[in-house]
Write a protein that binds this ligand. Structure first.
Ligand SMILES: *[C@@H]1O[C@H](CO)[C@@H](O)[C@H](O)[C@H]1NC(C)=O
Length: 204
């Protein structure tokens, strides 16, 4: 368990299941550009912190106030040293309903809000029914990203979705306990507190 609650999010949840085979790719498509996906109209789906299982395996699960366990990426399961991003809207995808209206999603290897220096994160874009493996491998789970950002973009004028997003990050030097192993948060997780309210209908 992470001691700090990074992010809580009230998610629109309409349960329709899409069945389509996910195409597996390397995460290499730069999509609209190299800036924060927020600059291109994307909305943060979640910031998923790493849960280290052991030196070779880890999971990235969205913090959730609900019972849903939304795993958006894992490390070491597809193959050793490899970070794999799950499909949002393909078979067994983690997204729901109108979250799948738009054709592409963004994924970043570090916090990637629009206020961040773009040199501190790498973002790639994937088709909604795709999954992908990160182009860089990590020798152990200790080197894998401390968190991943998953970005989505919605459309549809009748959308009635408003959620409050709250994002609290650990300060540098804070102790983060990951299933028994204790790590210091890195400098990239500098102390910030961001509170936002997102009404996705604004983007319709
Ligand atoms: C690490 O965790 C994975 C996933 O739980 C497991 O399959 C693997 O056997 C574990 N490896 C070791 C060395 O414990």
């Amino acid at each position: 368990m992470l001691h700090r609650h990074w992010f809580s999010c009230i998610l629109y949840a309409a349960f329709s299941v899409l069945h389509a085979a996910a195409d597996h790719h390397t995460c290499e498509w730069q999509g609209p550009g190299t800036l924060s996906p927020e600059k291109y109209g994307y909305i943060l789906f979640c910031r998923a912190p790493i849960t280290i299982l052991n030196t070779t395996h880890a999971e990235y699960v969205c913090p959730s106030v609900y019972w849903l366990r939304i795993m958006v990426a894992d490390y070491g399961f597809l193959r050793p040293e490899t970070l794999e991003v799950a499909t949002p809207c393909g078979h067994k995808g983690f997204a729901r309903g109108s979250q799948c209206d738009y054709h592409t999603w963004g994924v970043c290897d570090a916090p990637s809000d629009r206020t961040r220096d773009p040199s501190t994160f790498n973002c790639k874009f994937i088709g909604r029914k795709d999954d992908c493996e990160w182009p860089v491998t990590f020798p152990t789970s200790a080197y894998a990203p401390v968190s991943v950002d998953i970005w989505m973009k919605l459309r549809g004028g009748s959308l009635r979705w408003c959620g409050s997003l709250e994002l609290v990050e650990p300060s540098e030097g804070d102790t983060v306990t990951v299933r028994g192993a204790t790590r210091r948060s890195s400098a990239i997780l500098s102390s910030t507190l961001t509170k936002r309210v997102a009404c996705l209908s604004l983007f319709a």
